[in-house]
Design a protein around this ligand. Structure first.
Ligand SMILES: *Cc1c(COP(=O)(O)O)cnc(C)c1O
Length: 379
């Protein structure tokens, strides 16, 4: 029996260019978490995003951790985190000893609700809490409303970390994702826009912030032959071999963006006439379309997001609900929150569709046929 090949949500998109990069790094003899590929990768990403400094790390989570440490987060402080995010955003706050407090999102984009964040800052200050930072997540590759958010945080004197893990290549009013706030974070995990199979980057215009993070990322080792350490550090650097993989991916970013955006347009057309179905953040001209998420109102559509998910799963096509909000996670039971219900609704109604740049025409046709079949059976 011929097995149907499974279609994944956002598989790595690697080929000859990546193979050549890895081989070049191996043959150069720089097989360690430093070397010329790492330096070049940092320069190239910084240039692409339009920031002065970059630090290549072994995960986006490590970049979030170091960003918060460099901004002084620690015990006795709170970090404002969107409840709709991947757990890494909140965990990074916990690693520093600070306490995450969760704020709800804008239902149209899934990004942090700026008005609610303003109210939360106000409430926390009145309760005498010290706010180390606010982390904003560019959900599924669409930037948050940075004009409003950065204005708010400047006035309130709250440092901002932009979690752009999903947003490489996206932009907001002409400025690239990763360049907003005091520090930006990228992820190069296997399912992100570009991959180093695992990796991340910390970005900032502030040399001192990056220097501090660089020190912490290398076991806080002082330059001395006998290995001198003045505080607790981490082993967080990206390897030279993987940086070469990242450089090859970065060179293909525009093509990969193009493919994801075309998929988004394709899905938007497919669902355009379907009542009760909307594409999340549709109409964001700067979105990188990392994942295309549809939001299904079961009353109007007559079916649930999960029904389509089950139908596609039976056809060996992977889909996923949007992130389960942090305030619903057992890990964060009892955490402080300011909620509107928007994240919970998106969790119930959202479905991420196969969105990878490596999807072939044949795979896209299979997904299209399966969705069309479902819609035909649910008029
Ligand atoms: C992927 C992701 C991260 C973590 O990145 P890793 O490289 O997997 O550690 C952080 N935040 C968000 C929003 C992500 O999607």
């Amino acid at each position: 029996m011929l097995l149907t090949e499974r279609i994944h949500l956002s598989p790595p998109d690697v080929g000859p260019a990546e193979e050549a990069g890895v081989l070049r790094a191996l043959r150069s003899g720089w097989v360690a978490p430093l070397g010329p590929e790492v330096d070049a990768f940092e320069r190239e990403v910084a240039e692409r995003v339009g920031v002065r400094h970059a630090l290549a790390l072994n995960s986006g989570t490590a970049a979030l951790h170091l960003a918060l440490l460099a901004l002084g987060a620690g015990p006795g402080q709170v970090v404002i985190v969107p409840t709709l995010t991947f757990v890494a955003t909140a965990n990074a706050a916990v690693y520093t000893g600070a306490t995450p407090v969760f704020v709800d999102c804008d239902p149209a984009t899934g990004n942090l609700d700026v008005a609610l964040a303003a109210e939360l800052i106000d409430r926390l200050r009145r309760a005498g809490r010290r706010i180390a930072a606010l982390v904003s997540v560019d959900m599924f590759g669409s930037c948050a409303d940075y004009d409003a958010l950065l204005g708010l945080c400047r006035d309130a004197e709250v440092p901002v970390v932009e979690d752009a893990a999903e947003a490489l290549g996206a932009s907001y009013r002409g400025r690239a994702a990763g360049s907003f706030g005091d520090a930006g974070v990228l992820s190069f995990n296997g399912n992100k826009m570009i991959t180093t199979s695992g990796g991340g980057m910390l970005l900032s215009d502030e040399a001192a912030l990056i220097a501090r993070a660089r020190h912490l990322s290398t076991q806080a080792r002082r330059p001395a032959v006998h290995y001198e350490h003045d505080e607790v550090g981490y082993n967080y650097r990206l390897s030279n071999v993987l940086a070469a993989l990242g450089r090859a991916q970065l060179g293909r970013l525009d093509d990969m963006l193009d493919r994801r955006r075309r998929l988004r347009e394709h899905y938007a057309k497919l669902f355009a006439a379907v009542p009760g179905v909307e594409v999340l953040a549709d109409g964001d001209p700067g979105g990188n379309c990392w994942l295309t998420v549809i939001v299904v109102d079961p009353e109007r559509a007559g079916w649930r997001a999960g029904d389509l998910g089950a139908h596609l799963a039976a056809a060996e096509i992977e889909t996923r609900p949007v992130w389960k909000p942090m305030h619903l996670q057992p890990l964060f039971a009892g955490a402080g929150t300011l909620l509107s219900g928007a994240a919970e609704r998106l969790f119930e109604r959202g479905l991420a569709l196969p969105s990878g740049s490596a999807l072939t025409e044949e795979q896209i046709s299979r997904v299209t046929a399966a969705i069309t079949e479902f819609l035909g059976a649910h008029p």
